[in-house]
Design a protein around this ligand. Structure first.
Ligand SMILES: [Zn+2]
Length: 200
């Protein structure tokens, strides 16, 4: 069993603390969900190099051998979701979606629609919308994209570590399976990202 210390770090022999303050952007006051990513980088080192410069990042990074690094505090916000979120109502069950405003947005051109949907969704509370940077934890798995639709498979060691980590985060933040999302489910990304990631 892990604990979270006053700096928002997950204390456990299974977690290597390697915090990059440059990827932290203000306070994370509440955690409603977890978003699973793949890095599109070949190894931990290349991701660390990018994190040293700041900008986008996530709270955890899992190497191909399953080593878990915590790269940002759980009380700080990371930019990992992307600029535009999709509509949960439309994505999860289009036929059941009773949101009349969304129906009107269908007439917009694709790029205008993306912006309008994002703006509309952000006015909703979780779980009516997908998680956003201000209420979610990001977990990155080292792995390269292969083409427009595919990423390299998540390794067995990565999936074992991911499962353990998500189990701990369920306990600490009162989450369950319905609060875990692959990045392309939430935002407009390569559909193969984290496709082979597994958790309970
Ligand atoms: Zn991602």
């Amino acid at each position: 069993m892990s604990t979270i210390d006053k700096n928002g770090m997950l204390i456990s022999p299974k977690v290597t603390l390697w915090r990059y303050p440059h990827i932290e952007h203000g306070s994370l006051r509440v955690v409603h969900g977890i978003i699973i990513h793949q890095t599109d980088s070949p190894n931990v080192r290349s991701t660390f190099n990018a994190y040293g410069k700041g900008g986008n990042g996530a709270h955890f990074l899992i190497a191909k051998d399953g080593v878990i690094y915590q790269t940002a505090s759980l009380s700080k916000r990371c930019y990992h979701v992307g600029r535009r979120i999709k509509s949960k109502c439309l994505e999860i069950n289009k036929n059941q979606c009773k949101d009349k405003k969304l129906a009107k947005l269908k007439a917009y051109s694709w790029s205008k629609r993306l912006v309008a949907i994002d703006k509309h969704e952000r006015q909703k509370n979780y779980p009516d919308r997908f998680p956003i940077n201000s209420d979610s934890i990001g977990i990155e798995l080292v792995g390269m994209h292969i083409n427009d639709k595919t990423y390299e498979p998540v390794t067995a060691c990565q999936n074992m570590s991911l499962q353990w980590l998500i189990g701990e985060l369920y306990t600490h933040f009162g989450l369950d399976k319905s609060d875990i999302y692959r990045h392309p489910a939430v935002s407009y990304k390569n559909p193969g990202e984290a496709a082979s990631a597994k958790w309970k």
